[in-house]
Ligand binder design. Sequence first.
Ligand code: B12
Length: 222
Amino acid sequence: MTLPHRTAPGDWRDALEETLEAFDETGGHRVLSQVFEKLGVEDALSLVVLPYLHDVGERWSAGSIGVAQEHFASNVLRSRLSLLMGDGERPDGPLAVLACMPGEHHEFGLMATAIVLSRLGWRACYLGANTPTAELAHTCRALAPSAVVVAAHRATAFAAHAPALRRLSGSTTVHLAARGATDEVAALCGATRLDGDPVWAARALHEAYGRSVPDVTDTTAV
Ligand code: B12
């Protein structure tokens, strides 16, 4: 598939739809290489990859694509994003531990935040989907991170583990993220709500921890 003159984010999303939803892995990777190169990692995530995932879900729920196409597209994207994890980390950078709540398998937003934090020099300890809270607490005791980010689509996923999150908040700053992160559940868990899209949120965290956001002009990506 050739991609002449594509510039607008919607065009890139269309190109992902045309390739990934036709089970064309090579074509999908080619589009991703171009979009990362042209837009840079942060804008590619914010304007193309994450909105594309949202659109995939809409097409799946409307019945215009099947589960196989949705799974295929998300697996290709997951493999690609995992290559970006850890890129730019500095050994003396602040440490963040990132995990999805138990039962939560939607991890792309969390991955995007981990990627952007590492590009800002953070060390990102990414625990990923469906992380038991006892394991999260154990990891935080061992690593003493500057910040913990936990994500869930439903507020009940946080509320069900409020006592454990509240205990964790006693020793480190816990940020609740994604659609389930309401003010009410954050208060219940003694945590802070992390607003905004995953890229914006990573930059906000970086600033909150006293670092200025560099002008990232290096668009080097995989
Ligand atoms: C990919 C996907 C999956 C993959 C996930 C793979 C993976 N490794 O992550 C798999 C196949 C596992 C999956 C499973 C399921 N899924 Co699903 N999935 C999606 C899909 C297509 C994309 C999700 C995604 O990553 N979006 C990108 C994120 C970044 O966008 P977002 O979710 O809108 O999040 C916004 C904010 O909340 C915020 N944000 C999100 N995460 C984070 C994290 C941080 C740190 C920060 C700061 C911000 C942030 O950023 C976004 C705005 O920019 C969505 C469609 C959609 N509309 O999103 C459905 C969707 C979320 N899934 C849905 C459903 C129903 C399911 C299943 C129940 C299906 C089933 N019957 O098994 C299971 C549940 C699994 C579970 N227990 O968690 C529904 C949820 C409906 C609802 N209202 O709750 C959706 C909306 C599809 C739909 N249109 O119906 N899914």
